[in-house]
Ligand binder design. Sequence first.
Ligand code: FAD
Length: 447
Amino acid sequence: MTQLYAEVRAPASVVLPGEEGWDEARLAWNLAVDQRPEAVALPESAEEVAEVVRWAAAEGYRVTAQSTGHNAAALGDLAGTVLVKLERLRGVTVDPETRIARAPAGSIWIEVVEAAAGHGLAALAGSSPDVGVVGYTLGGGLSFLARKHGLMTSHVNAIELVTADGELRRVDAENGAELFWALRGGGGSFGVVTTVEIALLELESVYAGHLWFPVDRAAEVLRAWRDWTEAVPEEVTSIGRILQFPPIPEIPEPMRGNAFAVVQAIYCGDDSAEMDALLEPLRALGPAMDTFRPLSMTELSHLHMDPDHPVPGAGDGGMLDALTDEAIDVFVREVVGKPILSTEIRHYGGAVARSRPEHGAVSAFAAPYIMFAVGIAPTAEAKAAVHATVASLMASLEPWQSGHTYLNFAESRRDPRTLWPELVHARLKRIKAEVDPEDLFRSNHPL
Ligand SMILES: Cc1cc2nc3c(=O)[nH]c(=O)nc-3n(C[C@H](O)[C@H](O)[C@H](O)COP(=O)(O)OP(=O)(O)OC[C@H]3O[C@@H](n4cnc5c(N)ncnc54)[C@H](O)[C@@H]3O)c2cc1C
């Protein structure tokens, strides 16, 4: 096999099965996913990406792009596919005049957050410091500032990518506007993105934290939090969570081996006293721990306690049209005591529910609550147990689930008609047929 490829001269950035470094090259951030592509490319520049795309097309392979591999679980079988890993394309730059960050495709959010913070600016980063800027942005992008500022897809200035003809192109609202629209929510089906340019906000800090309660109060706390979400202003984005920590040394005390119901909230307004007043009814419940304080944007990147390094995980997500008392009872019954680390319900609505004139293919979500459940999956048995728990949770919440799913929180293959509204899906397919008629590029969530 290696000999055959060598005869057709694979680009230097390509690693083939059996070659030195193969097992490391094929790793995804999610270590529970065993990726076995035809070849892995580790380009170091946009030109090398183009070289790999041309080579793969000439050899009759398909191409899939991966910035980190956070959403690798949905990719499926990679036979006949060249996995293009962008992790070597790094070096975020920020222009403080235009308030625009340029993020090469291997960039992770903490790199943008830190570069922006140096100029008193902020990005619409997600909960995890090491999620990839590109995958997050192509799928929608829900940050902790989302109820105030909307989806990431409405804050993109330009995207550079290598298309199926092997050319490097730059698209924005004026040039290649249809493709620019499709990329902002349509996912990885249109090419290999090499850089995104994103608009930053003038924001240096937020007021945020957690209220921790014993897990046996989960139903009471989540109901109170749900009532609270119905009245909070758009400056507040919040999450109701159940966290169940395993008794392992990596988890600090007092979390180790314990379970909690947690309200996490972020206030991005001018007056933190307003947030203290808003928090009163939740604080009146008597949390065991209250961690609210001003946080820099860099500190905010760690608030959700997501891992900042590769881990083996399994999980899935969905959207809820309503969060009734009964739905909360079902949620608690399906989660507490089960092999699942973090099960969260995020409150959106606000600007997330409003389509903006500058939107892309994913423009707004009507469902006010978005759910994600994840467990640790270091072994096949652990993975199966997490999957069974998540499947049961999703099935039990069916009466309240929206017919729509957020692409970035879908870690399993979904019917595309549940990822995009019908007209959006039809437009995405038309654009795909124009820019990639041979279906060279395969996304983790194909059209
Ligand atoms: C711990 C954790 C926390 C998260 N928190 C949030 C959150 O707060 N908000 C939120 O909205 N999402 C969140 N997510 C979901 C996250 O946005 C998705 O998993 C997203 O797909 C990750 O992008 P990535 O580039 O890191 O992953 P990857 O697995 O590398 O990419 C996912 C897909 O995006 C496409 N893609 C990636 N890079 C490229 C490229 N260069 N060119 C073309 N296509 C590309 C491909 O189709 C790829 O399969 C979280 C996920 C995890 C695991």
